[in-house]
Ligand binder design. Structure first.
Ligand code: 4NP
Length: 168
């Protein structure tokens, strides 16, 4: 894969872009900063559905994230578009329905990585980040834990796959 200007770009995608992908966006971006990769890895998120465009993340999402030290309040929902395939090296879906929608949009010549987020978890107990929107508080805590674990795995994968860009 060619990495434009030694940058690795990562896009997290869920359905509404107000619960799961903003959590991944905030958690992974903070990890990237903490590890000193802020100028090398760019992070964004988007949704396949358009119900919440320009909305801040769901309150339950921002509350759980805030309780763990993450501020997601500045994020705003946007729709994933075919132009994202020109821009992002990694497009990472939260569940299989998101992945199918993305595969339907994927240009034939896309050379980046399109796949499921939890495939980066070391010992995934589940393979999809479950949609917490219509459930209770527990679902948001579960999402957060799955996202934290997969974020560590994703960063490790990037370090192994792009040593030239992420050299210490
Ligand atoms: P997300 O959760 O895909 O994790 O942002 C959802 C948010 C909103 C809806 C569904 C899922 N909705 O149907 O409005």
């Amino acid at each position: 894969m060619t990495i434009a200007a030694a940058k690795i770009s990562v896009l997290f995608v869920c359905l509404g872009n107000i619960c799961r992908s903003p959590t991944a966006h905030g958690v992974f971006a903070k990890l990237v900063e903490q590890r000193g990769y802020g100028s090398v890895i760019s992070v964004d998120s988007a949704g396949t559905g358009d119900w919440h465009l320009d909305h801040a993340p769901d309150k339950r999402t921002t509350q759980v994230a805030a309780s763990k030290g993450y501020d997601l309040s500045q994020l705003r929902a946007r729709l994933v578009t075919s132009a994202d395939f020109d821009q992002f090296d990694y497009i990472i879906a939260m569940d299989r329905a998101n992945l199918k929608d993305l595969r339907d949009m994927q240009p034939q010549d896309y050379t980046g990585h399109l796949g499921l987020f939890l495939d980066f978890s070391e010992q995934p107990s589940v393979h999809e980040v479950p949609d917490p929107y219509y459930g209770g508080e527990d679902g948001f805590e579960l999402v957060f834990g799955l996202v934290e674990e997969a974020s560590l795995g994703l960063l490790q994968h990037l370090e192994v796959s792009h040593p030239e860009a992420l050299a210490p």
